[in-house]
Write a protein that binds this ligand. Structure first.
Ligand SMILES: NC(=O)c1ccc[n+]([C@@H]2O[C@H](COP(=O)([O-])OP(=O)(O)OC[C@H]3O[C@@H](n4cnc5c(N)ncnc54)[C@H](OP(=O)(O)O)[C@@H]3O)[C@@H](O)[C@H]2O)c1
Length: 294
């Protein structure tokens, strides 16, 4: 099935991606193996061509790469053309028995990326995000590290995540206009206060804006979005679709550079979410939903 597409730098991807994190972590236990693979296959069968993972998406500190391994296996066992699928992963957050931290230095990012490439079974990743700022270094230093890894051919497109406008500007300065392909920040009807400016700023610079937890997150926000927002529930009922589809269709309607990555640990969730790519909201409905973040 083909889906509407959007751009992330030189990549052409479906307008919605699959957030693979809930297959490995989120609400308690990871998804059982067969259901995890079936969820990835359901996303690909529905026309989704962007899979979002990270090295730290794992049930425990000593199983990093767990989610990337699911992505690799899901792609290898899919009966479609996996060469058309873009994979995004992330590095820069550390996990250990003592807890977690940040490391945005070149030696750390290089070793994290090498492990990600091994887990994904590839020589180069389509899109690599610096996962979270490391406040112990200059922001430019982390971006310079990504630029080095890109020059070495290990990364096709560079992204940053959990970045504010000032950090986006630093990344543009280091990489040059057009060099930063994507910014992945939290954005949903539940959480938008620190991302509205960044969403607009990305549009002005031709950068893809990728909302994470676009439905409100695995902690109950996503499942309760229709109960929390009566206007979303009403619009969903009018179209005979789920409230989650309405949220995603609204996010897609914000601008052509917005590429939400709804998470799923069940095939049914991502099949339903993917249908948002063909849900048309009226101008009035969009205006009402815009009011949530006004
Ligand atoms: N860059 C970062 O710092 C960062 C941080 C967090 C997440 N992320 C990325 O963003 C992705 C998405 O965020 P998220 O997974 O935290 O939250 P989310 O997408 O807001 O919500 C995911 C939850 O929504 C449920 N769901 C999805 N589609 C549904 C539908 N159509 N109907 C009903 N329920 C539906 C899923 O249920 P089931 O589990 O039952 O399928 C899942 O538990 C992650 O997977 C990850 O790739 C990035």
């Amino acid at each position: 099935m083909s889906a509407p597409t959007r751009r992330i730098g030189s990549l052409t991807v479906s307008a919605l991606g699959l957030g693979a994190m809930p297959l490995s972590m989120g609400r308690g236990e990871p998804a059982p193996h067969d259901r995890a693979i079936a969820t990835i296959h359901a996303a690909l069968d529905a026309g989704i061509t962007l899979l979002d993972t990270a090295d730290i998406y794992a049930p425990s500190w000593d199983t990093m790469g767990h989610n990337e391994a699911f992505v690799a296996e899901g792609l290898a066992s899919w009966d479609g053309d996996a060469s058309q699928i873009a994979v995004a992963t992330k590095g820069g957050i550390t996990r250990s028995a003592e807890g977690g931290g940040r490391d945005g230095t070149l030696p750390y990012l290089r070793s994290a990326l090498e492990k990600s490439l091994a887990a994904l079974g590839t020589d180069s990743v389509d899109l690599y995000y610096w996962h979270r700022p490391d406040r112990s270094i200059r922001y430019a230093e982390g971006v310079e590290a990504l630029a080095t890894l890109q020059q070495e051919g290990l990364i096709r497109e560079v992204g940053i995540s959990n970045a504010n406008v000032e950090e986006i500007d630093v990344a543009i300065e280091v990489l040059g206009e057009g060099g930063l392909a994507a910014v992945q920040n939290e954005f949903s009807p539940t959480f938008f206060h620190t991302s509205r400016r960044e969403l607009r700023h990305c549009a002005e610079h031709g950068i893809a804006f990728v909302p994470w937890s676009p439905l409100g997150g695995t902690g109950g926000g996503a499942s309760a979005v229709g109960e929390r927002f009566p206007q979303i529930r009403r619009i969903a009922e009018a179209h005979g679709v789920s409230p989650q589809q309405v949220v995603l269709a609204w996010e897609l309607s914000l601008d052509e550079h917005v590429i939400p990555i709804p998470g799923a640990s069940r095939p049914e969730s991502i099949t339903d979410s993917a249908a948002a790519m063909s849900l048309q909201l009226s101008e009035g409905e969009r205006a009402e939903l815009d009011g949530i973040i006004a």
